[in-house]
Design a protein around this ligand. Sequence first.
Ligand code: NAP
Length: 294
Amino acid sequence: MSISAKGHVCGLLAYPVGHSLSPDMHNYFSEKLGIDEVYIPLETAPEDLGAAIKGAWAMGFLGMNVTIPHKQAVIKELSEIDISAKLVGAVNTLVRTQKGYKGYNTDLYGLTKSIKERGLKLSGCEAILIGAGGAAAAAAAMLLNEGAKHIYIINRTAKRARGLSDRVNELSGRELAKSLSYDELSLIKGYKSSEGNKRYIIIQSTNIGMSPHTDEAPILDAAFYAMAHTAVEIIFNPRSTLFMKLSEEAGATTIGGLKMLLYQGVKAYELWNNVKLSDEIIDGAYRMMKERLR
Ligand code: NAP
């Protein structure tokens, strides 16, 4: 990869940055399109976030991704946020404008596309969402946007599950979501009965099962998985988690998190560079990312 003195800079604000496929993905796009741009990791402590955004602006950075723990805190540093970020209540992509950085949430687009490309209809669906953090907020916004019929939100910290379900109910103007603890699975309609068989789309959006803790899943109860027609995993490393294995054993179709990662990155790249990536380049990036995860 080569970059000229006039090249653009984009990057990933996180703390810690840890393992990330985003630099590989974005630099692949620039290389394939012949765009003079580099994407770099920008490890930034929470107390330095404001200074980092001002510095990036002063140095002419074209755009940034933000992830844990900055997705909500970054909002106050931005000139505006678009509807996707308003819906989720968090930002993962900053786009340079005349006035400052504008915030978007491309996780919402990435998750929705990764599910719809598998032919699943979300309108009228009944869903169970595990987790209530930033990724869960994107999943909840997707379900709201697409017209889900009902959502159960299960989380370790009850206050956070209640906060997310209250937000969904406020935005939808009805009792769309109900929060539960892990001890309250029996309150799910159809649990341990034929009525519950393959009724739900279940979305796993916690950190549980992420590499290197690959022998963990948020729920081990087989009766829980029997309720899934489709199980969506937000974790992308490993590519097949214990949650996915338990879902498959119960007969559900599974969707892993790597496509979500890919499509949120595609959307961010297209926003920064005002281009449309071809299917061929997107497929090439996906194959490269799969290879990196081996
Ligand atoms: P977050 O805001 O910190 O939320 C973490 C969630 O996991 C919370 O619901 C938390 O529950 C739960 N959790 C964590 N450790 C737990 C434990 N030991 N027991 C029970 N619950 C636990 O993080 P996030 O941004 O939502 O990210 C979550 C996962 O999604 C990460 O693995 C991330 O890599 C992945 N992700 C993937 C993509 C993609 O493109 N595929 C995009 C975004 C995120 P509490 O509220 O009780 O703490």
